[in-house]
Design a protein around this ligand. Structure first.
Ligand SMILES: [Zn+2]
Length: 218
């Protein structure tokens, strides 16, 4: 005689197996030969349902943006990046292995760890004049990492506190060619993951009009 609990567990397991089969069948026709299946349920968990468009990974060939060498971003590495590292789905490979190491060393040599920590600490509080000044300085910094952290601070101030000056600054930055994709990434990556700010991400398209009053609750 089985208890209700046992029966329920069995039903759940059967249902799970059935869903698993359906998922595999649904994936099969679209998968090219040699592709690596993506764990779509995991991706949906990490990145949100609407961003889960990756059904499988295939090797992607690209040119290193520094030395121009032809490289391959393997399906395996993509799976590792998206599912283990849980990195940005929109990030692509851009440098070969050697150039990547060189670039990382260059970046780190230009980045003051203390300054980065200080910038991160600014995100949590309402901005005062000195915080704004610090962020403005960092926006002009030579190191891309510092500039990104500064933009992230602006994004946080806007989302957490409805800070209008930060919003205006972000808006202005997003119109600049060199900043636009970065702002796009920051808003998607940093804000899409937080509950309650989904609508903010609609502002990632660049035209000025779309940035309006998209923020809920402000
Ligand atoms: Zn290279």
């Amino acid at each position: 005689m089985k208890s209700n609990k046992q029966r329920k567990t069995e039903i759940k397991q059967r249902r799970w197996a059935r869903m698993e089969r359906q998922r595999e069948v649904a994936l099969l026709p679209a998968m090219p030969h040699g592709a690596l299946a993506a764990d779509t349920q995991l991706l949906a968990l990490i990145h949100g349902q609407s961003f889960c468009h990756v059904g499988y990974y295939v090797d992607i060939s690209y040119h290193c943006c520094d030395c121009g060498a032809t490289c391959v971003w393997t399906a395996q590495d993509q799976k590792w990046w998206c599912e283990q590292v849980q990195g940005n789905l929109y990030a692509g490979a851009s440098r070969c292995k050697d150039c990547r190491a060189r670039h990382r060393a260059w970046r780190q040599s230009h980045c003051d760890a203390a300054e980065m920590a200080a910038l991160r600490a600014l995100w949590r509080a309402r901005p005062d004049a000195s915080a704004r000044a610090r962020v403005n300085t960092a926006l002009q910094a030579k190191a891309p990492d510092l500039r990104c952290l500064a933009a992230q601070a602006l994004a946080w101030w806007w989302v957490q506190f409805g800070d209008q000056p930060a919003h205006a600054q972000l808006e202005a930055l997003s119109l600049e060619r060199s900043w636009a994709p970065r702002i796009d990434r920051i808003l998607r990556r940093e804000l899409e993951l937080r509950p309650g700010v989904h609508r903010v991400c609609r502002v990632v398209s660049y035209p000025r009009a779309t940035m309006g009053a998209a923020l809920p609750g402000h």
